[in-house]
Design a protein around this ligand. Structure first.
Ligand code: GBH
Length: 451
């Protein structure tokens, strides 16, 4: 296969952690097998009109049955680590109470297979698939859900903790808050606008309680995977800069400040579900590393009804005090997201400036793109560009310890259904056949060259 890299990648440190990521709901399928309970996303996909192609994830990549083949692909790729997520409702079908042994057994087999293949398991304990029973009781709008999460984490850590050295508590609480509860584009489809802020707090509390449980068990090193990207003002005007700053607060500081500084950014207090001082002590317990999922920058201006109220298919309600503009001047992926490796450098240098000593070592827990085709030269250029930007950030003094590509294989891309393909491995969703793409071969060769 042809290599799309203009020249070899710069050298990364010998102990740099190379990996790929997936999530349970997007790949496992086997939705009603072996006692799995339903999740918020099963229910959301069953509502007419929610998923673009009308699909659901009840089969997805059938990873639940085909995991040995997928582990073999990881081994051949030569990655040191695999980030996957554990489905809460597979382990606890009602979200709390009775443990489903068969569900837990699946993760036990997967972890064993990974260890045998020499690939370190990095489980994410929650990647958006809230157990339906808890969702129906109010889900993340309820503080109680955070406590149920801690009990679930205890169950998983008890079973897998002897072989798992690295844990991720949550994936992107920002997106569940924003897309799931403020704008209603993701499960559970609520459109609460700023009344969604308690969802952010309860997830951060869940994170804090989970860290406490894992620390009590002495179970490995702990991080979180937060979604971040720079916000660019639409112009130099005071109004545009103010709007961009507010958007940056919602996407970035609302989630990073409580974790890293132990406080919420100014302007949030009135939206929180009550006094949070004690919670913040839990939320800001030291982390071993900080996971960043980076996709792209966002250009934001003051609210302007003449700017399309629609970005990435998401309509921004008129009540929002900002408008999202198109980021012009860059190549775009099949998802129409701009390809801006330089914004990864900007993001990481900005984090180092804002959080200084409080910023633990960083791991890029997701980065990747949607393109069609098996000869995916554009994905190779994307990964190559972002890895060079990451190396530049390290040269600027940002302590980066690892990089995970999203995703190992094409999968069920949430509200987009099967239409967006993020994989290094192509999946034919009729036959479920896996075919490594050109980018898979490129990454395998690039990793060999690093050794
Ligand atoms: C991640 O979320 C998820 O963790 C993962 O499950 C998912 O499959 C993957 O990314 C790919 O989507 O209109 O250009 O401003 C990504 C969060 C939120 C990033 C929306 C891009 C806005 C696009 N995304 N964001 S843009």
């Amino acid at each position: 296969l042809p290599s799309g890299s203009p020249s070899p990648l710069p050298r990364f440190p010998a102990n740099f952690l190379w990996g790929v990521s997936t999530s349970a709901h997007q790949i496992e399928g086997a939705a009603s097998e072996d006692g799995r309970g339903l999740s918020s996303w099963d229910a959301f996909a069953a509502e007419p009109g929610r998923i673009k192609d009308g699909s659901n994830a009840s089969v997805a990549c059938d990873h639940y049955h085909r995991y040995p083949e997928d582990v073999a692909l990881l081994k051949d790729l030569g990655v040191g680590a695999y980030r996957f997520s554990v489905s809460w409702s597979r382990v606890l079908p009602e979200g709390a109470g009775a443990v489903n042994k068969a569900g837990l057994d699946f993760y036990d087999r997967l972890v064993d297979a990974l260890c045998e293949a020499g690939v370190r398991p990095v489980p994410t304990l929650f990647h958006w698939d809230t157990p339906l029973a808890l969702e129906q009781a109010g889900g993340w709008l309820e503080r109680d859900t955070a406590h149920r999460f801690a009990e679930y984490v205890d169950v998983v850590a008890t079973r897998l903790g002897d072989r798992v050295g690295r844990w991720i508590t949550l994936n992107e609480p920002a997106e569940i808050t924003l897309l799931g509860h403020a704008l209603g584009e993701h499960a559970p489809g609520k459109r609460l606008l700023f009344d969604a802020v308690p969802v952010a707090h309860h997830q951060l509390l869940a994170h804090g309680l989970a860290v406490q449980v894992l620390r009590e068990r002495g179970s490995g090193s702990i991080g979180i995977a937060n979604s971040h990207g720079p916000t660019w003002a639409a112009s130099d005007s005071e109004e545009d800069r103010g709007a961009a700053d507010f958007y940056d607060l919602l996407l970035n500081r609302l989630f990073a400040d409580p974790l890293l500084l132990g406080k919420y950014p100014d302007g949030i207090a009135e939206m929180l579900p009550g006094p949070v001082e004690d919670d913040l002590r839990l939320i800001s317990q030291p982390l071993d590393w900080y996971g960043v999922n980076y996709y792209q920058p966002t250009r934001v201006g003051a609210h302007d009804p003449s700017v399309s109220a629609d970005f990435a298919g998401i309509s921004i309600p008129a009540e929002m005090p900002f408008s999202v503009h198109r980021v012009e001047g860059f190549e775009r992926t099949a998802f129409d997201w701009p390809v801006v490796p330089g914004a990864l450098l900007e993001l990481l240098v900005g984090f180092k400036e804002r959080y200084g000593e409080k910023l633990p070592p960083v791991v890029i827990t997701e980065n990747g793109c949607s393109y069609e085709g098996i000869d995916d030269q554009a994905r190779i250029r994307y990964l190559d560009g972002h890895l060079r930007a990451l190396h530049d950030a390290m040269d600027e003094g940002v302590d980066v310890r690892g990089y995970f590509v999203w995703s190992l294989m094409d999968n069920w891309e949430w509200a987009e259904g099967y239409a967006q393909r993020f994989g290094l491995v192509h999946v034919d969703f009729d036959t479920l056949k896996r075919t490594p793409k050109a980018s898979y071969a490129w990454l395998r060769d690039a990793l060999r060259a690093q050794r």
